[in-house]
Design a binder for this molecule. Structure first.
Ligand code: ADP
Length: 191
């Protein structure tokens, strides 16, 4: 299997690139943010819980997120591989993902990380707010909180993959196609 973690701060372009990579490599794309938003739309219990954290730019608690991710993976028996977008976002989630994939006799092939500076991120998210309808995009204070949470809780996840020689950074600024090419150059070597 080809199992890729697409990593990067809020607004780095993970969703856009994941969709392109999903199609090119025939992978199942799991975006934890999208799954939570679907639950919010469907007004499920999980959605109500997730919303209270997401609207403030905080992370949804690990045990909730991990359980949800596990259920999503289990829906896709026989997949050629997965692209994880927005997961893992904490060290506990990274450990849980390893355990889950181990139980399926597979593992993470690599983490590819989109590197984008903070000013560009804020500009992109405020721009996205005009069309996304996402409360967490519309307010600069919430965006700054999301970036702060990323720095504190999520960026250490990169060190975890670095220590296993599975981290590959790419510059996430420029043409979408050029960024895709940078990602593919790495993923082709992971296959
Ligand atoms: P972004 O564009 O900020 O990367 P996402 O759509 O991936 O946004 O996620 C939006 C929100 O959903 C996050 O700010 C967080 O509240 C919640 N969320 C998504 N993935 C996770 C996760 N792995 N752990 C905890 N919370 C998450």
């Amino acid at each position: 299997m080809l199992n890729v973690v697409l990593f990067g701060p809020p607004g780095a372009g993970k969703g856009t690139q994941s969709e392109i990579l999903r199609e090119k490599y025939s992978l199942v794309h799991i975006s934890t943010g999208d799954v939570f938003r679907m639950h919010i739309k469907g007004a499920t219990e999980l959605g109500t819980l997730a919303k209270s954290f997401m609207d403030r730019g905080e992370l949804v608690p690990d045990e909730v997120t991990i359980g949800m991710l596990r259920a999503e993976v289990e829906k896709h028996h026989g997949a050629a591989g997965f692209i994880f977008d927005g997961f893992p976002r904490t060290s506990a989630q990274a450990a849980a993902l390893d355990e889950l994939l181990h139980s399926m006799n597979t593992s993470i092939s690599g983490m590819v990380a989109l590197e984008v500076n903070q000013e560009e991120l804020i500009e992109r998210l405020l721009n996205r707010a005009k069309t996304s309808g996402r409360a967490d995009d519309a307010d600069e204070n919430i965006i700054r909180n999301r970036i702060a949470v990323y720095e504190k809780e999520t960026s250490p996840v990169a060190d975890y993959y670095k220590s296993h020689n599975k981290y590959f950074g790419v510059i996430g600024v420029g043409d979408i196609e050029k960024i895709t090419q940078r990602l593919c150059d790495i993923i082709d070597r992971l296959k």
